[in-house]
Design a protein around this ligand. Sequence first.
Ligand SMILES: [Zn+2]
Length: 126
Amino acid sequence: MGMVHETAIALEVLRASQETLAQHGGGKLVRVKVAVGELSAVLPELLIYAWEAAAAGTSAKGAALEVEFCPAVQRCPSCGPVARQAGVWVPLCPACGSPLQVEGGMELDLLQVEFEPDGGGCEPDR
Ligand SMILES: [Zn+2]
């Protein structure tokens, strides 16, 4: 329930990973690393779950998805970045009371694709 977003993203990550793999001569996916911004509306644990479901039944079965969480930054136009905890929004600059701007947190990027080249030691998995 409510996983449509993550499922679509997992499929896109899988597609992009396999494209990268093909560009490097093929092989078996071992690990894929993605950056997920705080404001991207993606829950990392749901994305990993959706990834496992998407990868099952493909050549990427068993490959690990690693999610790097990228928090958003709240910045005061006068004082610069304001310290905050993930998920907690500061309404106004604690130093001068100005409205804050938000930077980053929208990341949804494929960072790294790790794979074993074809013929790399392991028994063929049938
Ligand atoms: Zn300020």
